[in-house]
Design a binder for this molecule. Sequence first.
Ligand code: MD3
Ligand code: FE
Length: 203
Amino acid sequence: SREEMAEGAVLLRSFVGDREAELIAALRDIVAVAPFRRMFTPGGHRMSVAMTNCGSGGWVTDRSGYRYSPDDPETGKPWPAMPPMLRELADSAALSGGFAGFAPDVCLINRYVPGAKMSLHQDKDELDFGAPIVSVSLGLPAIFMFGGLKRSDKPRRFRLEHGDIAVWGGPSRLFYHGVAPLAEGNHPLMGPQRLNLTFRKIR
Ligand code: MD3
Ligand code: FE
């Protein structure tokens, strides 16, 4: 199904479909090279969400700030390449969401365990806000909080479930958003966790 959450923001329920097993296998290979890690914010807090990346860069944070880095700071080596299957999934979701020719160069992969959350924020470390962000949810369901251009705009809540893909472009690209603390649970395929992939064009 296709649901418009805001202008430019489209929720494609169960869009992963029969690509689920191949997607999970590709993620296992990425995480074997670049394991999930909990990073520190510039303010010195350790994030509850664990992260890794694939593609020509990866989003990192430490005491010195947020940035995209070509290398994994844990290993000093480049992030694993983005598997073509992931790139194709993101491209086809973007197209269904109304954005033809999406060319993501980075995929940030977030892992939530029960209690993990992401506070309200904007994604603005990328150079081209004309490109959407495509997000894929796997595992336990999450309550996604979707605000507006101002931090004070009251967020609306959407439940994101295993296999859902969302496309965030147009005016919604710079909307504040976050994830409420993950509820306990056990997903039949993914276990007691939620993964979220965000495909981005950073250059
Ligand atoms: C709306 N991740 O990694 S995905 C992030 O579920 C992030 O892990 C959340 O926010 C997660 O930055 C939310 C959905 C999402 C991602 C980026 C957006 C929604 C967005 C950018 C602009 C507007
Ligand atoms: Fe975000």
